[in-house]
Design a protein around this ligand. Structure first.
Ligand SMILES: Nc1ncnc2c1ncn2[C@@H]1O[C@H](COP(=O)(O)OP(=O)(O)OP(=O)(O)O)[C@@H](O)[C@H]1O
Ligand SMILES: [Mg+2]
Length: 557
């Protein structure tokens, strides 16, 4: 990799200030640079996080300040200096100590700058964060070949504090080296887009597993990125489930099955419409989500207790019948039947049974109006059956757009329970085809309790989740911290960035610098998929896929 015409101005802790002429060198935020000390061949890896303009007089003044002892860092005069920021001499990790630059050296820089006032008008300072050291083992012969970094073999280690001193060559770190160190390849590569240098950017599917957060301001491209990931997962043969609140995923290519064998001819999506062709039986829905729903409709606590008791007995009887005679012999219990039971005062309540049963009945009627329950056994869809259609690669797109907010929350909670059952089945059969679940606009319908449940049980159950949300403050700090990967699109607001950086494995400074001004269609990713190295990439445009949502317009074309 050829050296760039970039000079170290000074190094302050882990922050290198680099001088360059933007007319000559085009540096970008997020780009990775190798700073190699010519004499020793040792290198550090630094990432550009920001720019500031420098004027000739300002640089000169800073130099003069150091000359007269203002503690502002120091330089060795050839632009190759470093400082600990307090004006002290710098102890290297290998025991060497650099003397502060001499006055002669300081003046040399001033001289060097002089006579270049025109160009100096264009000079810029790039702030680059030192993140890694290149393993000396792999870097040992670099001094001779001078080209260790272009091989892509250089291995990174955590930065140990060593900083290059004199005669430093600065070059762009090649994508091969970057990817070799930040990503892995276990044979399940997913294509996400392009690196800043324009090369294909892949991540390892296994590194995506468990908990992911995709966040960014409204319209920044979160759903688009989610679709990119989803389509790659489908192609890689993974089963996915999407909670689609805006009917944005329903136009993705549908799955094609052989009508005879049921085998997958072409991987794709299955569109399930909650409240339409996809309704659950009361038993499938599960008692706990049903209780939540009834209570959200205002069922008083005492009535809830009576109802829950009776239902628990009812399902125990159903289980017993199923055990003895099979599922088909279990009498069907739908909401209608439950309402009739209330009319017959069957939920108990002793002296206040009329009040209790009346309360239960009115809430059951409200639940009936949500349309999430099957009205007869034929209508009751099975998530397991649907899952089988996409188990070898595909997605169940569960369209929850027509449900009310309350119904949606209960419905999703019930589906999460059913997903758990699917996972347990996979564990029991040692088949491990665990789903990747996308929660679009998660903040609108996934309760904190459900999120906690998914996040804490994910590792045990095998579920991988993606929480897609623009309500950045709505994402619990604990979830952010437990997230294996964080995909961040543009976030212009400082407050939101602060919140996100609490969980991320990177510093606030980097997060601020990267996401506040992310270019259109670019995303930052940090986590297991990048070995915790923050990477910016351009998200694939998905040109040949219909990614359009269904926005209804008044003023139509
Ligand atoms: N990488 C990309 N290439 C091409 N188009 C993109 C890309 N990313 C986003 N878009 C387009 O930009 C628009 C907004 O993207 P998207 O709907 O994904 O944003 P969002 O963050 O999910 O917004 P909202 O908060 O409203 O849900 C869409 O029309 C989408 O197709
Ligand atoms: Mg969206």
């Amino acid at each position: 990799m050829s050296a760039l015409n970039v000079q170290i101005y000074r190094i302050n802790n882990d922050l290198a200030e680099l001088l360059f002429n933007p007319g000559e060198v085009d540096l970008r935020v997020g780009e990775t640079l190798t700073l190699r000390e010519r004499e020793s061949g040792r290198s550090v890896i630094a990432q550009v996080i920001a720019f500031r303009s420098a004027t000739y007089p300002s640089l000169l003044r800073e130099q003069l300040d150091t000359l007269v002892g203002v503690p502002n860092g120091h330089s060795d005069g050839r632009g190759n200096g470093h400082s600990d920021g307090r004006g002290h001499t710098n102890a290297h990790s290998d025991g060497r100590t650099d003397l502060p630059p001499t006055m002669e050296q300081q003046l040399a820089l001033v001289e060097q700058l002089e006579g270049h006032e025109d160009e100096m008008g264009n000079i810029k300072v790039a702030l680059a964060k030192i993140r890694k050291t290149v393993s000396t083992h792999h870097n040992g012969d670099a001094g001779e070949s001078g080209d260790a970094h272009s091989s892509g073999d250089a291995r990174w280690e955590d930065w140990d504090g060593w900083i290059p001193a004199r005669d430093v060559d600065i070059s762009r770190t090649g994508d091969r080296e970057l990817f070799a160190n930040a990503t892995t390849d276990k044979g399940h590569r997913l294509y996400l887009g392009r690196s800043l240098a324009g090369h294909s950017f892949h991540i390892e599917g296994q590194d995506l597993e468990k908990v992911n957060v995709i966040t960014g301001v409204k319209g920044s491209g979160k759903s688009h990125l989610a679709k990119v990931v989803l389509l790659q997962l489908i192609e890689a043969g993974a089963p996915c489930i999407v909670f689609d609140i805006n009917r944005e995923y329903i136009h993705l290519p549908p799955v094609q099955l052989d009508p005879q064998t049921g085998k997958t001819l072409k991987r794709g999506i299955v569109h399930l419409q909650a409240g339409g062709n996809f309704r659950l039986s009361v038993r499938q829905f599960g008692l706990s989500p049903l209780m939540t729903l009834l209570q959200r409709f205002g069922l008083p606590e005492v009535s809830a207790l009576y109802f829950e008791n009776r239902m628990a007995r009812l399902w125990a009887e159903a289980d017993a019948i199923e055990q003895r005679n099979g599922l088909s012999s279990v009498p069907y219990v739908g909401l209608e039947q439950l309402i009739q039971m209330a009319e017959a005062n069957e939920y108990g309540g002793s002296s206040s049974s009329t009040v209790v049963n009346h309360a239960i009945r009115s809430r059951l009627e409200a639940v009936r109006n949500t349309n999430i329950f099957a009205r007869n056994p034929k209508e009751a869809a099975s998530l397991g059956d649907a899952y089988r259609k996409i188990r070898e690669g595909g997605a169940l797109v569960i369209d929850v757009s027509s449900l009310s907010n309350l119904a949606r929350e209960g419905f999703v909670q019930a589906i999460i329970e059913l997903i758990k059952d699917l996972c347990l089945w996979e564990i029991d059969h040692d088949t491990h085809r665990f789903p990747f679940v996308f929660f679009e606009e998660a903040h609108l319908y996934v309760s904190k309790k459900s999120i906690d449940y998914i996040v804490t049980r994910a590792r045990h159950l095998g579920i991988t989740s993606f929480f897609v949300t623009n309500m950045i403050h709505g994402v619990d700090e604990a979830v952010l911290r437990q997230a294996d990967n964080l995909f961040v699109l543009r976030i212009p607001f400082e407050d939101d960035v602060r919140h996100v950086s609490r969980g991320a494995a990177t510093d606030y400074e980097t997060m601020m610098a990267f996401v506040r001004r992310l270019r259109q269609h670019h995303a930052l990713v940090i986590g297991n998929v990048t070995a915790q190295y923050p990477l910016i990439f351009e998200v694939d445009a998905l040109r040949h896929v219909n990614t359009a949502g269904e926005t209804r317009y008044f003023f139509r074309e």
